[in-house]
Write a protein of this length. Structure first.
Lengths: 275, 410
C-alpha cells in the first residue's frame, strides 16, 4: 500500500492518518499485555511503574507457595487428560463424519460443536446440577469430563478441516494391498491429518488452561486450577505473583501460536503440493 | 438373461452390504463421542432447563397438604382437613429442617411466607388435636388469609412458572393472574436489556476498530501483514484472565494511562477508568477483537484490488469507491465477525466481573450469583434459560445468513 505518485494532497494526508489510526489500534491490542511482563520482574510489591529494580522473587513465589504449585499441578492433570480424551474422541468422530452422509448430518455437527457457542455459564450450571446428582462435583473426573466436552468442538473443526483435502484413494490403495482397517488408519490416515490433530489438541489444552467459569462452579478447594487461582487472586488480593504467572502464560501463548502457525503453513504447503 | 439378473442382484447386494458396513463403521467412530456428549452435556442441559420449572421438591416436603388442597376452590380459606394436613406435614418437616426449604421457595412468591412457616413450625408441637384451623390461626392469623393459601396451592404444583416469570420481572397475583412485579423489585428486564446493550456496543466498537486493521492487513506487504498477524494471534492465544488483568493494571489510578495523562497535564486527578462501564467496554472489545478481525481479514484477503481501481478509473471518488464497491464485498466478513462477537459477548461473565462495577454485570453474573451466593438453583436455571433463549434466537435469526462454522481457527 505505497502512495502512488499521482496522489493528491488529500490522499497523502489520509494515507498517513490511516496508518496512524491502525498503529493506534495495534498498540491498543498488544500494549496492555506487554506492560505485564516488566512488572512481573519488579523488585518492589507495587503493581505499577516505575519499577523498583529487577528481581525474580515473584517467580520463586509461584513455585515455592503451596497454593500456586497445587494449582499448576491440577491444571496440568486436567489439561492433559481432557486434551487426550477430546483429541481421541474428536478425531475418530471427525473421521466417521467425513466418511458418511446421512440426513440430519448438519444438525448433528451443529449439536456436537454447540458447547463452543453456548454461554459458558450455562454449561457450568448444567454440569454443576448434573454432577451434584451423581457425585462428580469436586472431583478430577468431573472437571476432566467438562473440559473434554468444551475442547471437543475445536478438535472436530480442525480435524474436519484437514480431512477435507484428504484423498480417500490412498485408503483404498492400502486396503487393496491387504492392510487391515486399523493399520490403514494409523499408517496412512493419521500421519496425513496430523497437523489437524495437533492443532485440535492444542486448542483443547489451551481451552482447559484458560477456563474459569465451569471450574468455578464444579471444582472444590482441592481441585483449584491455575485460572481459578488467578481469578480469585485478582478478585481478592492482587499480588505480583499473579503477574509472574500471567507472564508465563503469555510466553506459553507465544509458543502455542508459533507452533500452530508452523503447522498451518506446513498444511498449506502440503495441500498446494497435492494439487 | 437370467444369469445377468442374478449377477446384477448380487452386485447390488454387495454394494448395499458395503454401504451398510461403511455406515456401521462411521457409527462406531462417532458413537463414543455422541454418547459422552449425550450423558455429560445434553442431558445436563435438559435437566437444567427442567430445573427452572421443576417443583416436585415441594410435594415431597408437604405431601398431605398438596393432596388436601388439590380440590380446594380457592374462594375462601380451605376446610379443616387442609389445616389438619399441613399440621401433620409441618410436624414432620420442621424437625427434618425441610420446612425452611419450603419456606424459602414460598417466600420467593410471597414475602413473609418463610417467617410464617418457621414460626408455625416452632410452635407446631403444641397442636395435639383438632380443631386445627382455629389453633393454627391462633399461632398466626395469616393462616386465615385466603391469599396465603392461594400461594401455597400454587407452590405445591409439580411444575411452576414462578422462576421463569420472575426472570422477566413478572409474577402471579393473589388471583393467579400474571402481573408485573412492583417497580422496586423489577431488576431482571433491565439486566437483560443491559446485557444486549453492552454486547451490541462491544460489537460496534469491534467493527469500528477491527475493520481498518483488517483492511490494512489485507492490503499491506507480506512482512507488515505477518507482523500484524503475529500480534493479533498472540493476543488471541493469550489467556482471557491475563488480558483482563492487563487492563486492570493499565487503567488503574496509578496505571500507565493515568500516569501519562497526569504527566501531560491534561488532568490533575486520575480518571476513574476501571471498575466501571468504560473499563468493561475497553476490556471486552480488546478480548473479542480477534473474533472480528480474523473473519474480516479472511474475506478481505480474497478481494482483488482491481474492483476499486476500476471504480476509481470510472470516476468514483475514493470514498464512493470504498463504500459502494469495497464495503459491500466484505459483508460476509462483517456478518460473521459481528455474530461471533455479539453471541460471545452475551454470555460474558469473567471480564465484566473483574473490570466492571455492580451496575455493569450481565445475565451470566446473576446465574453465578444465584448458584454461589443464594443457593437458589431454580432461579439460576430460569436465568440460564433466558440467556440460552437469547443466544439461541439471535443465532437462529442471523446464523442462517452467516456461516459461522466456516470460521477459520487460528
Amino acid at each position: 500500500m505505497a502512495i502512488p505518485a499521482h496522489a493528491t494532497t488529500g490522499e497523502r494526508i489520509w494515507y498517513y492518518v490511516f496508518r496512524f489510526l491502525v498503529a493506534l489500534v495495534f498498540i491498543y491490542l498488544v500494549f496492555p499485555i506487554l506492560t505485564i511482563i516488566p512488572l512481573s520482574f519488579n523488585a518492589g510489591e507495587f503493581l505499577h511503574y516505575p519499577l523498583q529494580g529487577f528481581s525474580l522473587r515473584w517467580y520463586e513465589d509461584v513455585f515455592a507457595s503451596g497454593q500456586w504449585a497445587v494449582a499448576v499441578k491440577n491444571s496440568l492433570i486436567v489439561g492433559v487428560s481432557s486434551m487426550i480424551l477430546a483429541t481421541v474422541l474428536g478425531t475418530t468422530a471427525a473421521v466417521g463424519l467425513n466418511r458418511t452422509n446421512f440426513p440430519g448430518k448438519g444438525l448433528l455437527v451443529a449439536l456436537l460443536i454447540s458447547p463452543m457457542m453456548i454461554p459458558l455459564v450455562i454449561s457450568a450450571l448444567a454440569l454443576y446440577l448434573f454432577f451434584a446428582k451423581i457425585g462428580l462435583n469436586d472431583t478430577y473426573l468431573g472437571i476432566i469430563l467438562a473440559h473434554t466436552i468444551l475442547g471437543l468442538p475445536f478438535v472436530l473443526i480442525t480435524v474436519s478441516a484437514t480431512l477435507q483435502g484428504f484423498d480417500y484413494s490412498l485408503v483404498n490403495a492400502g486396503v487393496s494391498l491387504g492392510a487391515a482397517p486399523l493399520p490403514v488408519f494409523f499408517k496412512i490416515v493419521m500421519p496425513l491429518i496430523m497437523p489437524g490433530i495437533v492443532s485440535g489438541a492444542m486448542f483443547a489444552f489451551a481451552t482447559s488452561l484458560d477456563e474459569v467459569v465451569v471450574v468455578l462452579f464444579i471444582a472444590g478447594p482441592a481441585h483449584r486450577t491455575l485460572p481459578l487461582q488467578m481469578f480469585s487472586g485478582i478478585r481478592e488480593h492482587l499480588s505480583p505473583t499473579i503477574l509472574a504467572v500471567a507472564t508465563m502464560l503469555i510466553f506459553f501463548a507465544g509458543l502455542l501460536m508459533l507452533t500452530l502457525e508452523f503447522l498451518r503453513k506446513r498444511n498449506e504447503r502440503l495441500n498446494a503440493a497435492a494439487r | 438373461m437370467a444369469q445377468h439378473t442374478t449377477a446384477d442382484t448380487s452386485l447390488r447386494e454387495k454394494l448395499r452390504r458395503a454401504e451398510r458396513r461403511r455406515k456401521i463403521q462411521a457409527g462406531t467412530l462417532i458413537g463414543p463421542l455422541l454418547l459422552l456428549m449425550l450423558i455429560f452435556y445434553f442431558i445436563p442441559i435438559g435437566m437444567m432447563l427442567y430445573r427452572s420449572i421443576d417443583n416436585s421438591r415441594m410435594r415431597e416436603i408437604l405431601p398431605n397438604t398438596a393432596r388436601a388442597l388439590a380440590h380446594w376452590s380457592g374462594e375462601s380459606i380451605p376446610g379443616e382437613e387442609a389445616f389438619a394436613a399441613i399440621v401433620r406435614d409441618m410436624k414432620k418437616a420442621y424437625p427434618a429442617r425441610t420446612l425452611a426449604t419450603a419456606g424459602r421457595r414460598l417466600n420467593f412468591d410471597q414475602v413473609g411466607f418463610y417467617s410464617l412457616l418457621l414460626k408455625s413450625g416452632r410452635k407446631i408441637k403444641k397442636i395435639d388435636g383438632p380443631p386445627y384451623r382455629d389453633k393454627l390461626i391462633k399461632i398466626d392469623k395469616k393462616w386465615g388469609d385466603p391469599a396465603y393459601w392461594t400461594v401455597l396451592k400454587r407452590g405445591l404444583r409439580n411444575i411452576t412458572w414462578m422462576y421463569l416469570l420472575r426472570a422477566l420481572d413478572l409474577r402471579y397475583d393473589t388471583q393467579n393472574r400474571v402481573v408485573g412485579v412492583p417497580e422496586e423489585e423489577a431488576i431482571y428486564v433491565s439486566i437483560i436489556l443491559r446485557t444486549i446493550y453492552i454486547s451490541l456496543s462491544v460489537t460496534i466498537l469491534c467493527l469500528v476498530i477491527g475493520y481498518p486493521l483488517a483492511y490494512f492487513m489485507a492490503t499491506s506487504s507480506a512482512s507488515v501483514r505477518n507482523l500484524l498477524m503475529i500480534g493479533l494471534l498472540l493476543v488471541f492465544w493469550t489467556s482471557l484472565l491475563v488480558r483482563t488483568l492487563s487492563w486492570i493494571l493499565v487503567l488503574q489510578d496509578k496505571g500507565v494511562v493515568n500516569s501519562f495523562l497526569l504527566w501531560t497535564g491534561l488532568i490533575s486527578h486520575p480518571l476513574p477508568l476501571v471498575f466501571n462501564r468504560f473499563g468493561v467496554y475497553v476490556a471486552m472489545t480488546h478480548v473479542l477483537l480477534p473474533f472480528m478481525v480474523l473473519p474480516l481479514y479472511s474475506v478481505m484477503a480474497g478481494i482483488p484490488s482491481y474492483y476499486v481501481r476500476a471504480a476509481r478509473s470510472l470516476g468514483a471518488t475514493p470514498i464512493a469507491a470504498f463504500f459502494k464497491v469495497y464495503t459491500p464485498m466484505t459483508l460476509p466478513g462483517i456478518g460473521a465477525g459481528c455474530l461471533m462477537v455479539f453471541i460471545q459477548a452475551l454470555g460474558y461473565y469473567i471480564t465484566p466481573a473483574l473490570v466492571g462495577g455492580p451496575k455493569d454485570q450481565m445475565v451470566s453474573y446473576f446465574v453465578a450469583f444465584f448458584v454461589n451466593e443464594r443457593v437458589n438453583w431454580s432461579m439460576a436455571s430460569a436465568l440460564g434459560v433466558v440467556l440460552l433463549v437469547m443466544t439461541g434466537s439471535f443465532y437462529l435469526i442471523f446464523g442462517k445468513r452467516v456461516n459461522i462454522t466456516n470460521m477459520k481457527l487460528g
